[in-house]
Design a protein around this ligand. Structure first.
Ligand code: ADP
Length: 454
């Protein structure tokens, strides 16, 4: 696989004219790439050290509003700058754009250059360090599900998001013929991302008309989140280049299956998988039991980080492969947590709760924190559930609305200890704002239901 570029490689590519543009990006609260397009010469001579951005970018919403109620940035505090510090280990080519490279940045305080605690990359890095202090490294993989539409975003917007027709006319789960029709977009996605240094495994049709999945090989947690963010961005951009639209909205229609982002997780020590114990049932070690017990117990606390918007909760519906319960099960897709690769070195837990709209840094950080808590407290894993877990009255529910998940986040003592009060307060405010914005809007559904008949 082509390695990502060293800084020296980049300098040479800039001086030969092979690269003239460096996308200097960070990941915002919504998991999007934000930043600037540098001329290559300026980047390698000056801006590789640092550049700056307005601090509202980590206190905003999908529409770039400036909500009140954030301690970190506000009109009162004058919306100053953050430092964007390029992480030079993340330089890579962007093969789907001409003569372009990309680097990801950490967000630092403008004055003391310390990490900004509520920036997604810093939140994940903190949990990685906590795990390292326990002697472990996490390997993670996030699956990316999305829908393709034959029209561009701009045309869809001009049409008022009406009459949306996905790319295929039928459920294309594992279909080769239907996905052949989509290769004009999917093949460049796989190949360009691979050439950008992402260990792409495969793409496949998913279980709904027009639904796709991209799988990326597992990596350490930070690389996994970086890969996810870059891949999501590339999918939208490459679809756009072809006049199509790719949406990661978890539920674009109530009658259609939603899009998920399942997260596979395992812990390693000295290059060996410590979730594996060949002598134990399912080949699952005691350590894995503790980790999974933490994941399950605290799932309601961190559901917000897996489902951050109003729409995210429309996905949690019985009989759709999106879970409603926090139970675990062996190779059973109706539970929130699925044991995969049992009795092999690849034994791992897949969290099926998250939607395609999750921010991978926040999701992975919250789950690592829950797993760490399970290990620290040597928590017991409840027995596996079997059969149709949707019907299991004993299993705990995942919060069913953003309002409920905001409450469990706000009151989570465990998350406050693991992530910090400032971080929990910051994201609680983001969740409240999302709810406030929704609550003040009159929806199409209410009008058509009640305009005449109320
Ligand atoms: P499926 O056949 O269910 O799609 P895969 O074997 O393709 O499952 O694996 C799904 C994801 O799990 C892939 O992205 C893969 O890289 C990841 N994965 C495999 N082994 C591990 C592991 N030990 N830890 C974390 N993720 C893993």
């Amino acid at each position: 696989m082509p390695a990502i570029l060293t800084f020296i490689d980049l300098k040479e590519a800039v001086s030969s004219g092979e690269i003239d543009t460096v996308l200097t990006c960070f990941v915002d609260m919504q998991g999007r790439l934000m930043g600037k397009r540098f001329h290559g010469v300026n980047f390698v001579e000056i801006s590789f050290e640092e550049t700056h951005c307005c601090n509202y970018l980590l206190a905003t919403d999908l529409e770039m509003a400036t909500p009140d109620g954030y301690a970190a940035s506000s009109w009162e505090r004058g919306y100053g700058d953050y430092v964007m510090k390029p992480d030079l280990t993340t330089i890579r080519r962007v093969p789907w754009l001409e003569n372009t490279a990309m680097v990801l940045c950490d967000i630092l305080d403008h004055h003391n250059h310390l990490p900004i605690s509520h920036s997604p990359r810093a939140i994940l890095k903190k949990q990685i360090v906590r795990l390292k202090d326990l002697g472990f490294e996490a390997k993670m993989a996030t699956e990316l599900e999305f829908f393709l539409f034959e029209k561009s975003f701009d045309n869809i917007r001009k049409d008022g998001f009406q009459n949306l027709e996905p790319i295929s006319g039928y459920n294309e789960d594992y279909h080769i013929f239907q996905t052949t029709k989509e290769e004009g977009v999917m093949r460049p996605i796989r190949n360009h991302l691979y050439a950008a240094g992402l260990p792409i495994e495969n793409s496949k049709g998913e279980a709904e008309a027009g639904q796709e999945e991209l799988n990326i090989r597992y990596s350490n947690a930070l690389a996994c989140a970086d890969h996810h963010s870059i891949a999501k961005h590339a999918i939208k951009e490459i679809a756009w280049q072809n006049g199509w639209a790719a949406t990661f909205l978890p539920k674009w229609h109530h009658d259609r299956v939603g899009s998920s982002s399942h997260v596979h997780q395992s812990l390693w020590k000295d290059g060996e998988p410590v979730f594996y114990d060949p002598a134990a049932k399912h080949g699952k070690s005691n350590l894995m039991d503790h980790y999974m017990a933490g994941l399950i117990k605290y799932a309601p606390d961190y559901t917000y980080f897996l489902a951050p918007y109003i729409n995210s909760y429309k996905r949690f519906a019985k009989g759709t492969f999106a879970p409603t319960k926090t139970a675990w099960s062996v190779d059973n897709r109706t539970a929130g947590f699925r044991l995969c690769g049992e009795n092999t070195k690849g034994v791992r837990v897949e969290c099926r709760v998250g939607g395609s709209d999750l921010n991978p840094y926040l999701a992975q950080a919250a789950m690592l924190a829950a797993g760490i808590k399970g290990i620290e407290d040597m928590m017991d894993l409840p027995p596996a559930t079997t059969g149709d877990v949707y019907q299991d009255a004993k299993a705990a529910d995942i919060p069913q609305t953003l309002r409920a998940a905001t409450g469990t986040l706000r009151n989570s003592q465990f998350l406050r200890e693991a992530l910090g009060d400032d971080v929990v307060d910051h994201y609680t405010r983001a969740a409240e704002w999302e709810q406030e914005e929704f609550d003040r809007v009159v929806t199409d559904w209410e009008i058509s239901r009640g305009f005449e008949r109320a």
